[in-house]
Design a protein around this ligand. Structure first.
Ligand code: MG
Length: 383
């Protein structure tokens, strides 16, 4: 293929409504985003093919506009967008003085992988190294009001076909431990359960909850503490039996994940495009984990996570959010709890002539209704 060049770089501010009804990851930690502007990055080439990526962070639109105008346009115009690895390293070099927000490297990289998929006429997950064409989804709950309501939600999730459930709870060690024990009794032995602490605890409370999860045979114990201190996690893993799932949000991305792994505290690691440096960073982490015989579990219910799930051999599930009672099964999760591989070229975001108008409606759906994040599925379902 003749060399391709990026000809221009655009940033858009696209209105995205907040989650309705709103929800929380735990008490004091809002889950659903507020109304706001999100960033859309579009890269054009002299081949006439564009790549696009969308951020979900509500600060992203303002930040991206600044960075494109001041730095990224000059950096990217004239470069070959297929040199994703070189550009990714270049972004880390720029990060040394700019201190990019964690999603920014991911946004540029994801647009490049979208562009490559459109150029080759293949979905991005195939270019990443296709591993599977469907995967089970776990129901990932937000916070509900009472133990009774959690049990109602869990029952509905199982009836809707979800083969595994992860609880986000209140962030109170005693109440959360009792909840996790009660949910295990409710679903019976053998049903895969996970728990996500959303960084609520110090070490003492993390151990208390970890003991309950160990007793109840939870599959993983995710992010009980802020992830800045790897030593604290090492001390936790020395005190509890339940396997830890770590390094979802920590700065330093693959380099930081490497330290979590080297410390011996990781059985699972988190990976994502938005918090782990795009597809390039997310796959690097997955392969790093694989070499150590660990699993790398994609974070979040995005179209990006769907691509990662199809490309990463050492992952178990797609994360599907359950934030309402009554429970609605996410768009694209079938009655057996399975999610299918995206089929459109690239990531599958629209880049037609109507863009960003077309994307505006897409982003509205993405943010307001996390059930419909894959336009390739939506388009084929509609036709
Ligand atoms: Mg998490």
């Amino acid at each position: 293929m003749a060399r391709v060049r990026i000809t221009h770089v655009e940033s858009f501010k696209v209105f995205a409504p907040g989650a309705r009804p709103n929800f929380a990851w735990r008490e004091g930690l809002r889950g659903g985003p507020a109304d706001g502007l999100v960033a859309v990055l579009r890269l054009h080439t002299d081949e006439g093919i564009a790549g696009v990526a969308v951020a979900q962070n509500r600060a992203s639109a303002v930040v991206l506009e600044d960075l494109v105008g001041r730095l990224l346009r000059e950096e990217l115009v004239g470069t070959d967008p297929l040199e994703r690895e070189r550009i990714w390293h270049r972004m880390w070099e720029l990060d040394r003085t700019e201190e990019f927000p964690i999603w920014l490297i991911g946004l540029v990289d994801s647009a490049l992988w979208d562009l490559a998929g459109r150029l080759y006429g293949a979905p991005t997950w195939e270019l990443l190294g296709g591993f599977r064409r469907d995967i089970p989804a776990y129901a990932s709950t937000s916070t509900f009001a009472s133990l009774g309501e959690y049990l109602e939600v869990v029952t509905q999730c199982i009836e809707l076909g979800y083969p595994a459930i992860k609880l986000h709870a209140w962030g109170d060690a005693r109440r959360d431990a009792a909840l996790c024990t009660a949910v295990r009794e409710h679903v019976g032995a053998g049903f895969p359960l996970m728990y996500d602490g959303s960084a609520a605890f110090d070490l003492a409370d993390a151990v208390y909850v970890g003991d309950a999860l160990s007793e109840a045979h939870y599959l993983w114990y995710e992010e009980p503490m802020r992830e800045f201190n790897v030593t604290a996690y090492k001390w936790l893993v020395d005190r509890v039996r339940v396997p830890l799932n770590v390094a979802e949000t920590s700065d330093g991305v693959h380099m930081n994940t490497a330290d979590f792994i080297a410390s011996g505290c990781a059985t699972f690691v988190r990976t994502s495009t938005e918090l782990r440096g795009g597809f390039t960073g997310a796959m690097r982490i997955a392969h790093l984990a694989d070499a150590f015989r660990l699993r790398a579990e994609p974070h979040g219910n995005t179209v990006y996570a769907r691509h990662l799930c199809m490309a990463i051999p050492n992952c178990s599930y797609y994360e599907s959010l359950v934030t309402t009672n009554p429970v609605h099964r996410e768009f694209g999760v079938d009655e057996n709890g399975m999610v299918k591989a995206p089929t459109a070229p690239g990531v599958g975001l629209p880049v037609g002539p109507e863009y960003p108008k077309e994307l505006e409606s897409y982003v509205v759906d993405l943010a307001g209704d996390p059930l419909s994040c894959d336009t390739s599925i939506r388009h084929s379902a509609a036709s």
